[in-house]
Design a protein. Structure first.
Length: 289
């Protein structure tokens, strides 16, 4: 049993756009817990962690107050709620942008077009800061949902909302004219975490980094004639150096290495022209340097 002082309370979105990727991340880190049973709280069976399932908007406040030690939330919500917590790690999923949009027929010239006009949004703080920085005095009309319909019902001249594919704007007759903030899921931490909980957090971060590093790399196996080995090794140097195993066929070897996926695609033609055959590329589950 872990010492209760070291148990990390983790706030996750109960159900929504962050949930699936957050749950998957813990699964890939080998941290087991039950979810999806309508429970609001559960413990991990194999890691010193408790999970709280919450509305995303409540997560920064819970982490600031220390009800949760850490949480996963969209950076847009973290900045908008203006709660005090550390941004510990950028997770790279749930990427989106906060943008200003106007009706498609409008001849938009620039942000100054909004002087004296109104913009509907659920993000008054981020929008307010942006307008202030640009010296634009506009009325911010705060609404909590269905922001996109505001211009068509005469509520505001423009909207400021989260955009991902852009299809919601398109289907509401709007066009994106200013990107004011780019967001992704982040891991936030209470500012007064105890030493014991910090140690647990470091164990968790170690696992997250191992999983995320692995996702960018591939294990590569290929066969090559022995007189071409050095050329190919130079192209796929691996973590330390590649493994070379002789094949049963005289004069040939198998090279095993680790390669960043982008590097693989950039070098594949050169590797083939250097004489490599039977190339296999295999996903890596965890990677620790
Ligand atoms: O119920 P709860 O309060 O927990 O969830 P929620 O409904 O407030 O949030 P949710 O689950 O919709 O989003 C959680 C987080 O996901 C957001 O805070 C963002 O950080 C991130 N995210 C990523 C998005 C989107 N993509 C997104 N597309 N959040 C919202 N949208 C909405 C947007 O508001 C708009 O209505 O999707 C629509 C636009 O999408 P496209 O693809 O049509 O452009
Ligand atoms: Zn929400």
């Amino acid at each position: 049993m872990p010492n209760s002082d070291s148990i990390l309370r983790i706030a996750l979105q109960k159900s929504g756009r962050l949930s699936e990727d957050s749950f998957r991340l813990f699964k890939e880190c080998g941290i087991k817990f039950e979810s999806g049973t309508g429970k609001l709280k559960t413990s991990s069976s194999n890691f010193p962690a408790e999970f709280l399932f919450l509305r995303d908007d409540d997560i920064p406040g819970y982490v600031e107050d220390g009800v949760a030690d850490i949480g996963i939330v969209g950076e847009n919500v973290f900045i908008e709620t203006n709660r005090k917590a550390e941004t510990t790690y950028r997770l790279g999923f749930s990427k989106c942008r906060l943008s200003i949009a106007v009706p498609r027929g409008i001849d938009y010239q620039g942000i100054d077009d909004f002087q004296g006009k109104s913009i509907a949004t659920s993000y008054p703080r981020i929008l307010g800061n942006f307008l202030k920085e640009k010296g634009v005095k506009a009325d911010i009309h705060e609404i909590s949902g269905s922001v996109e319909i505001a211009p068509s019902i005469g509520l505001a001249e423009g909207v400021c909302d989260i955009v991902s594919s852009g299809s919601t704007l398109l289907s509401n007759g709007l066009k994106e004219v200013e990107v004011i903030f780019r967001s992704e899921a982040i891991l936030i931490t209470n500012k007064k975490l105890s030493k014991a909980k910090h140690d647990t957090l470091n164990k968790l971060l170690f696992r997250i980094k191992a999983v995320q590093t692995a996702q960018n790399y591939k294990y590569i196996l290929l066969n090559a004639p022995n007189d071409k080995l050095q050329d190919i090794i130079n192209m796929i140097p691996g973590m330390k150096s590649p493994t070379i195993v002789p094949l049963a066929m005289e004069g040939w070897s198998s090279i095993h290495s680790v390669l960043e996926e982008n590097q693989f695609w950039e070098n594949i033609e050169a590797i083939r022209s250097a004489g490599a055959e039977g190339i296999l590329v295999i996903p890596i589950e965890k990677m620790i340097y």
